[in-house]
Ligand binder design. Structure first.
Ligand code: ARG
Length: 445
């Protein structure tokens, strides 16, 4: 039996096969469960338009569900000589059911099959990312409230500037994640549209019921135009990568802060021993390798949109094998980002802050603006007050008053933790993951 779905009457050169299959046998495993779900929806629709008998559908569904469970247990493999996940699923079906297994491919192509697989996979992964972002968000908000009164210096140009607080520092990264969540939601909505039925990119002469597969798979709508549906390959990945990059950017920045603030010369935070690593030569070392790796991994994820664009740019309309390469960068990115999110949450939870940073007189100048403002509020023109305090600092006679009065929204005296939580909650409520989850449950019932 020919192992290639497209093999006809000549054998494929082995080297060409190795090169063109590339890493698909390994990477398509990410897609196995979703390939099966797509097929379940597709053949249910084929039966409804008379291209499969009811008994054929029954047997094929039972077999597909068994393959799904195999994949769920991590036991689905793509055998030697089999090109990709689509071929492997069809092979398993024909082994069990003979020619009936070959009928499932009516009215579709591997082009729309891989498109739908990628979309089903991605929307699932995005839900996991949302959950992991929310855990980190909650942790940061908790720390922000816990240390709302603990002051630290704020910097501009890495020069001490004005008083800041751990309430502000932790809270800033929480709010950053609330913004990132908007990107994730946009990415999710773009992803949650059905490309199935676009076939090779030009539709089919079978009277496919695309509305039915859209409902069965729990998509919000379809990618209507079949040519556009195929153009979505690469575009979806790039847009989702932008959302992942946004979250990664938040974490990379925070990781750098944490490394800096953990350094002995700063001493603003400390990481518990068990969250640090030692040196093979210097016995005193407790290095923040975790944050360094988070920084590097997240910087790498920030380059993902560009990597994807380098592959998809300048391709004209229609499918090209170039698009296969995007899977190599895209599919593993979710696991890496989730790993960083979990690690950051874990370590933020255990991070301790130095409550006495500003006792050190070297930070006194950061209270200069407070003093200028106090004089100005008492009636002195701002420029005169600025000059007077400046001269005191020059002369070494400036006395810092550590009593701060910051009362406006978003300042250290009024962090707006609830308002920021409200932003996050409102976005999360807009995902409606329950539709996707219910649809998949129904398909497997
Ligand atoms: N492995 C292929 C990919 O990821 C599947 C689609 C193959 N289609 C084709 N026309 N060769 O793009």
């Amino acid at each position: 039996m020919a192992n290639k779905l497209w093999e006809k009457n000549f054998e494929v050169n082995k080297e060409i096969e190795r090169f063109t299959v590339g890493r698909d046998r390994e990477l398509d495993l990410y897609l196995a469960k979703y390939d099966v779900l797509g097929s379940i929806a597709h053949i249910t629709m084929l039966e409804s338009i008379g291209l499969l008998g009811a008994e054929e559908l029954r047997q094929l569904l039972a077999e597909l569900k068994a393959i799904y469970r195999l994949a769920e247990r991590g036991e689905f493999v793509i055998e030697d000589g089999v090109e990709d996940v689509h071929s492997q699923v069809e092979l398993l079906l024909t082994r069990k059911l003979g020619d009936m297994g070959k009928k499932i491919h009516s009215g579709r192509s591997r082009n729309d099959q891989v498109l739908v697989d990628l979309k089903l996979f991605t929307r699932h992964e995005l839900k996991d990312v949302v959950d992991a972002v929310k855990v980190l968000f909650d942790e940061l908000q908790h720390k922000s409230e816990q240390y709302r009164h603990v002051l630290m210096p704020g910097y501009t140009h890495l020069q001490i500037a004005m008083p800041s607080s751990f309430g502000l520092w932790f809270g800033a990264y929480a709010e950053s994640l609330a913004d990132d969540m908007l990107f994730i939601q946009a990415a999710y909505r773009l992803t949650n549209r059905n490309p199935l039925g676009s076939a090779a990119g030009y539709g089919s002469s079978f009277p496919l019921d695309r509305g039915m597969t859209t409902r069965l798979l729990g998509f919000d709508s379809m990618d209507y135009n079949v040519v556009y549906a195929q153009m979505g390959r690469g575009k979806m990945e790039r847009n989702v990568a932008f959302a992942l990059a946004s979250v990664a950017g938040t974490m990379a920045k925070m990781a750098f802060d944490a490394c800096l603030f953990n350094c002995q010369n700063f001493g603003f935070i400390s990481l518990p021993k068990e969250c640090t690593t030692g040196s093979s030569i210097m016995p005193h070392k407790k290095n923040p390798d975790v944050f360094e790796l988070i920084r590097a991994k997240c910087n790498k994820i920030q380059s993902l949109p560009e990597q994807i664009m380098m592959v998809m740019n300048n391709l004209p309309v229609g499918y090209f094998r170039d698009l296969q390469i995007i899977k190599e960068m895209f599919l593993p990115a979710f696991g890496e980002l989730k790993d960083c999110l979990q690690m950051t949450s874990y370590i933020v939870n255990r991070m301790e802050v130095n409550e006495h940073i500003l006792d050190n007189a070297m930070y006194d100048p950061i209270f200069s603006v407070e003093e200028v403002n106090r004089l100005a509020a008492a009636g002195m023109p701002f420029r005169d007050a600025y000059r007077q305090v400046g001269l005191q600092i020059e002369a070494g006679t400036f006395k810092a008053d550590h009593n701060l009065h910051h009362t406006h929204e978003g300042s250290m005296g009024r962090l707006c933790t609830d308002e920021i939580r409200e932003l996050m909650d409102r976005t999360i409520a807009g995902f409606h993951f329950e539709r996707m989850e219910q649809a998949e449950k129904d398909l497997l019932a």
